[in-house]
Structure formats: structure tokens, C-alpha cells
Design a protein. Sequence first.
Length: 195
Amino acid sequence: MKREYHEANARSDREYEETAAAMAATKELTSEDVAELAKLWKTLVKLYHPDRFAHEPDKLETYSKLTAAINRAKDSGDLDTLRQIASDPHGFILRQGWASLDFREEEHVARLGKLFESLELEILSVLEATNQLQQSPEFELYELTAKNPELFDEVVNQADDASRKGNNRSKKRSGTIIQGNWEIDHTKLAGRRGR
């Protein structure tokens, strides 16, 4: 019994000393550093938590050690260590002497991120082109003919008549515009808009 008491007391003293050392090592951080530390910690724990890799027992120990290092760095305010892990997790693992891990999933996520960014740019480009199209006279003609299909036949007949007469050049007349083979009488269109 006495022996168990001494062992428990020694263990308690060691734990106290470790906690005191950890508290002494805790760094003073600015509010920006605290925010960065919290964000990095959350991101790294999501990426490398051992529960995500329970189906890979050969890597589980390394992920457990990495997560423990991430948590220790957070608890002690060691932003530099979290930055090192975030910038080069494979290098950090190798410097610790732990088993190497396959980060192809991370590379896949990075490629997907780049694809997402390029798709966002393409979507913006299409939206801009759509807005420009909707502001064009051709789109106005489309909307008018969609509401009144006979108007389309009138425009086609006018274009056909104009091409037979050889009138393919652009010119303006009172209230009428001829562009190429398309003649639009805006005085007639204005009356049709109200329909």
C-alpha cells in the first residue's frame, strides 16, 4: 500500500511539473495571433484527426502523433509549429522521425479547389455575357417575337425584300433602322410593346 502511495504521489508530482512547464511555455499572443491559431488548429484537426483514418491502421499511429502535436501547439500557443505543420505536414512528420504518410488526398483537394476557382470564373464570365446579351437589340427583338410570333414573320419578310433589292448596307431612315438584312421599324415595335 505504501509503495502504491509513493508511485501515485510521484506520478502526481510529474503531472504537476509537466502542467506547470506547459503553462510557463504558453506564449503571449495578440488577438490576430489567437484568431490565426484557432483557425489553423481547427483546419489541421479536421484534416489529420486519427478518427478519419481508422480504416488505415498502418497510418493511425502517425496521425495520432500528429494530432497530439497539433493540440500541444494550440494549448501552448505555439503558432509557429502550427504554421509549420500547415505549410509542410509531410516535412514536419519526417523531422519528428514518424512514419511517412501519403498526402495524395490533400493534393486532390488542392486540385479540386483550383477547379472550383476556375469554374467560378467561368460562371462569372457567362453571367456577364448573358447580361450583355440581354441589353442588346437582338435580345429585345427575341423578346418581342416570343410574345408575338407574327412580328418575326414581318421582320423576315422585310429582310427578304431588302436582300432582293440589294439593300445590304446599313443606313438610318426616319424611325427605321436597316442593319445588314434586318430592318426594324421602331415605330411599329413601340406600339407592339404594350400588347
